[in-house]
Design a protein around this ligand. Structure first.
Ligand code: ADP
Ligand code: MG
Length: 418
């Protein structure tokens, strides 16, 4: 099956080819026809399977077909994204898709001056990609005319609805024309969110790809039992044993992100953090540095990294087990994107994080493979660490700790592989 089979306009096909897409992915194959037919769609497909293009291509085709633009200066299609980074990223994909179609795309998000955004909006925008905060702001200030908006798209739909924007979204929907199309896309969804989504639309077509296995089949993932205070040695070792590979590391809190970043810098592993305490400019700089491989490691909290698509990132390390089980799926989904394969390792403290891990495994519907860690391997990892070479006292501290554990009959041991 090729893109040609969907009866898309020539220019659109040329743009898809220029993006290097040879054939549709599963979700694109399944979602495009109902969207082209004007249906409302709720689509769930694993991370990295090309959901952006799955809504963007048919939405652009529909806009090209309807040609309402002639006398209208409002917005014709709204794509809602939970974060600034995703608004930029999806905006960039859409810009590639609309090349020479006569349609324009604008990404708006908070944290930057709104005046230029307003100026653009007043000239008329075909496709607006926006974070909800900034968009509802501009809406309430009267800068956003949605009276003829034909298509509303919620990407990362579960997260968007969960963020408490449902009231605003309902208000928005009320102001859209009666004849419109609403699309929801995500990698995860639960019953509560599904109900919310249904409350906004009319009998959407439900599309689900591989619902049984939530983790993308391109991702091999496993767990390694590691004491909390030794995690950084393992991260250092992974980084130094794969110097050519970029790694995205997830941590639970902003403070931890900074701490892990400093720990890596101390042992000469180049790292940057991305979390909600940083300004937009700093977040962009961090992401760019990582994209351009100026640093090896990107350390992120859950929110900032949802949906982020950086090709050729072979490793994800969950430095902490995620508190919210579905975030596991989104985190490990930062690797193994498109046609790439990826590996995700979760470092789990055998006592503190045991329960959280259990919740993750319940959510994804099965146990995660355990990496077996022999005692000798652990010692090798600690020996490997530059931190331990630089600070002899570290080594002795750890051995002391080991002696203490031995006395308590709680030696470190990786769990048996399942
Ligand atoms: P998702 O939103 O499902 O997590 P994205 O839309 O971010 O995934 O796409 C993941 C990657 O797959 C992107 O780098 C994108 O360029 C690539 N991709 C999407 N569709 C295709 C296709 N038909 N052929 C090849 N690569 C594709
Ligand atoms: Mg996406």
């Amino acid at each position: 099956m090729k893109f040609q089979a969907f009866g898309l306009k020539e220019q659109l096909l040329a743009n898809i080819e220029a993006m290097g897409f040879r054939k549709p992915t599963d979700i694109q194959y399944k979602a495009m026809r109902p969207i082209l037919g004007g249906d409302d769609v709720l689509a769930i497909a694993q991370t990295g399977t090309g959901k952006t293009a799955a809504f963007a291509i048919p939405a652009v085709e529909n806009l090209m077909r309807s040609q309402r633009r002639l006398h209208y200066t409002g917005v014709r299609c709204i794509v809602m994204e939970p974060t600034h980074e995703l608004a930029q990223q999806s905006g960039a994909v859409l810009k590639n898709i609309v090349v020479k179609t006569g349609l324009n795309v604008l990404s708006i998000y908070g944290g930057v001056d709104q005046a230029p955004q307003i100026e653009q909006l007043q000239k008329g925008v075909d496709i607006l990609v926006a974070t909800p905060g900034r968009m509802f702001d501009l809406c309430s200030q009267g800068y956003l005319d949605v009276s003829l908006c034909e298509i509303l798209i919620l990407d990362e739909a579960d997260h968007m609805l969960d963020l408490g924007f449902i009231g605003d979204i309902k208000d928005l929907v009320r102001r859209l024309p009666r004849h419109r199309q609403t699309l929801f896309f995500s990698a995860t969804i639960n019953e509560k969110i599904k109900k919310l989504a249904y409350s906004v639309v009319n009998k959407p077509v439900n599309i689900r790809i591989s619902p049984k296995d939530m983790v993308s089949r391109n991702v091999t993932h496993s767990v390694l039992m590691v004491n909390m205070d030794e995690k950084r040695f393992y991260l250092e070792r992974i980084a130094k044993e794969h110097p050519e590979d970029r790694i995205i590391v997830f941590v639970r809190t902003r403070v931890r992100a900074e701490r892990v970043c400093k720990a890596m810098e101390r042992v000469d592993v180049k790292a940057v953090c991305m979390h909600g305490d940083l300004g937009q400019k700093e977040r962009n700089i961090a992401l760019d540095k990582f994209r351009l491989s100026e640093v090896q490691i990107l350390i992120a909290t859950d929110i900032t990294a949802r949906g982020i698509d950086i090709p050729s990132v072979p490793f994800v390390v969950n430095y902490d087990v995620p508190d919210i089980p579905e975030n596991y799926v989104h985190r490990v989904g930062r690797t193994g994107r498109g046609m790439d394969k990826g590996y995700a390792l979760t470092l789990c403290d055998p006592t503190e994080e045991k329960e959280t891990l259990k919740e993750v495994e319940e959510f994804i519907g099965g146990p995660i493979d355990r990496m077996v860690m022999e005692k000798i391997e652990r010692e090798a990892t600690l020996d490997f660490s530059q931190a331990n070479k630089d600070h002899d006292d570290w080594q002795s501290l750890i051995y002391e700790e080991e002696a203490r554990r031995a006395k308590e009959k709680k030696p470190f041991k990786g769990k048996k592989s399942m």
